[in-house]
Write a protein that binds this ligand. Sequence first.
Ligand code: SF4
Length: 493
Amino acid sequence: MPYPLTKSRLMTGLSCQKALWLSIHKPEVATPQSEAQNLRFILGNQIGERAREAFPEGILLEYDENVAKAIALTREAIEYGFPTLFEATFSTGTVFCRVDILTKLPDDSWHLIEVKSSKSVKDHYITDLALQAYVLKEQGLNLKKYSLHLLNGDHRCPNFGTLFVEHDVTKQVNARLPLIEQNITDLRAVLNQESEPDVLIGSHCKNPYACAFKDYCWQPLGKTIFHLPNFRGKQKDELIERRIVKLDHIPEDLPLTANAQTNVDLLLKEQIKIDTNAIQQELESLRYPLYFFDFETFGDPIPRFEGLGPYQQYPFQFSCHVLDAEGELEHHEYLHQDSYDPRIALTEAMLDVLKNQCLKEQVLKEQGTIIAYYATFEQSIIKGLADSLPQYAAELSNLLPRFWDQLLIFKKHYKHHGFMGSNSIKSVLPVIVPELSYKDLEVGNGEAAQYVWWRMIDTDDLEEKTRLRDGLLEYCKLDTLAMVEIHKHLNSL
Ligand code: SF4
């Protein structure tokens, strides 16, 4: 009995044969879906529902786990003459798929539409449509047109009718179709193998999809060329071609660029390189009180608030630790807890903290340095607020030159093998301030924070709301406390 192949399994296999094999033969080694992935799935469904609104004559064939039943229902709907079907199910007997939208053209042929939560056409979307087209054609459907309905980057809430843009990809799909049958045959052969395919790790582990088997494949390899910052291009390609990914397997006859060699040595020889003079000079530019500041943001694919476009980020939370010259620390925070637009309330709370901070009865106006980790992001959010809220634009713009980026210290002057080639605060903190950890927190990273916020504003269960709120407050507070502790560490060098 051949393994049943769904469209998503085939797409996985076309990206990595090993991932397909593992998904059938060793599914237990997959990392469970993250909260961010759950959120993407939910938001993706919302986009699908919204796209259907353009076809008021369409009927939704409700999801049924019983594939035979779903196929029979689709057949009935077609025979009955419905002009537009949502979530129709088709099967060749061994490969099955559900299609987002199938609608009749004037000449009675069919137009197959795939809805994606992206703003641009990607190559794997063409393969996705070609796979569906293969299955539908095998079932005798006369398909003439293939389209992608993607989010329109120019759409602004609350305009109606501009959320989606249709991209006619008929030519590209027709060009890909002849390859599909062979692709399926090849992937079937892979599934029949006794042992897992020998596939090297690479960029396909993250693109086009984050692979669920990344921990399984990557962790045993330890330090690899993918841990080298800014290592790309010809040299990397050459190593991959020679199937060399582990750092300690790089042959001596392959001269690396100076930068790559420095990073290889750092990781392999477990070096620590700190330019204390340069760090000291950077720290001298800071002006007290120091505001350690961090936003948590959300970007709805279907924008909810006025003036926002798809995925445009807006803040729903901030944390700010304020450190004065005598070493006294205060904490301020804001978390938006309702489903209405957070921007005004958050901006007022933020300006209150950053613009007019009282410490030890001394009124300090607009003078302290605002420290962020990857400050460009916080600055971009503030610029976005200034654009949407003209009444605060001047005060918000005044904040921008006060930012100082703690990340740059680690990019330029502080290298540690323990960071494993990353400068993110999640990589730096456990090495230099091991007693502070995100590990035991309910919310462990920014993507999880988005999901938790989304759930918090949606739930009517007060107990659940409180639990989620506390998790968010704890997480964001740790982000800025981490910066304070890193700052103290840098000062002590
Ligand atoms: S982690 Fe990479 S190599 Fe391993 S199965 Fe996934 S895509 Fe393939």
